[in-house]
Design a protein around this ligand. Structure first.
Ligand code: HEC
Length: 199
């Protein structure tokens, strides 16, 4: 397997294994491998900070108060990771709560190609393109998520769907009048973290 700039879409599947192989061999890592690590690290950091903040906000004030915390702090947490790492990154979804910032076209294409489906079996992607490494990691719906991404009260959905508390639905309505990110069930594909690191 070779490093360097020419890794295209065709070998995407092999890239993760290739990155691991590179690290096992020791020595100086190729610039694109380093950039891939930075992109993956930035996603891991954002994922962890969002989860920690969500859990703390839920513990402090319950789900309706946590909606306001997420509304103001989720975009800030993203901005901080982007500033600190130099990696462009964000979350994307077919049905968004907050449409800003919009995802780059390659992310939007991937999201559209997945469609509405279970998260099981969805793999992410790592590829190089025009001097940058692109990383995409799927996001699945967990039990904690349906508190704020479940069915709206009054929606007719399958019996197993979890309906949000009316207070949560009201808080969401205040911040996001055009909220499209409801009606999810545990195990659904919710969207993806994406990152782009230049090398
Ligand atoms: C307390 C309510 C709450 C909970 C619980 C919650 N979210 Fe969200 N979620 C929000 C809010 C509010 C936003 C919009 C944040 C913003 O303005 O950037 C959001 C945005 C998102 C986005 C970005 C795309 C979009 O639609 O704007 C994803 C992806 C997401 N949530 C996934 C999850 C997942 C996965 C879980 C469970 C681990 C979860 N959420 C739990 C409130 C919640």
């Amino acid at each position: 397997m070779q490093g360097g700039a020419g890794v295209g879409r065709a070998v995407v599947v092999g890239v993760v294994a290739w990155m691991l192989a590179m690290s096992a061999c020791g020595g100086e890592l190729a610039p694109d491998v380093k950039a891939g690590r930075r992109a993956q690290g930035a996603i891991a950091t954002l994922r962890m900070r969002l989860r920690q903040r969500l859990q703390a906000a839920l513990a402090e004030g319950g789900p309706s108060a946590a909606v306001s915390v997420c509304a103001t702090e989720a975009p800030m947490l993203r901005d901080v990771v982007e500033r600190d790492t130099g990696v462009r990154l964000g979350r994307a979804s077919l049905r968004r709560r907050n449409p800003e910032p919009s995802a780059p076209p390659w992310v939007a294409d991937w999201i559209a190609a997945q469609g509405e489906r279970p998260v099981a079996g969805v793999t992410g992607l790592v590829e190089t393109h025009a001097g940058a490494v692109r990383v995409l990691e799927p996001i699945g719906v967990e039990p904690v998520c349906v508190m704020c991404h479940g069915a709206r009260p009054g929606d007719s959905l399958p019996a197993e769907a979890v309906t949000m508390d009316p207070a949560v639905a009201a808080a969401l309505g205040q911040h996001y009048p055009a909220d499209a990110a409801t009606g999810y069930a545990v195990g659904d594909l919710r969207g993806a973290f994406w990152a782009e690191a230049d090398y």
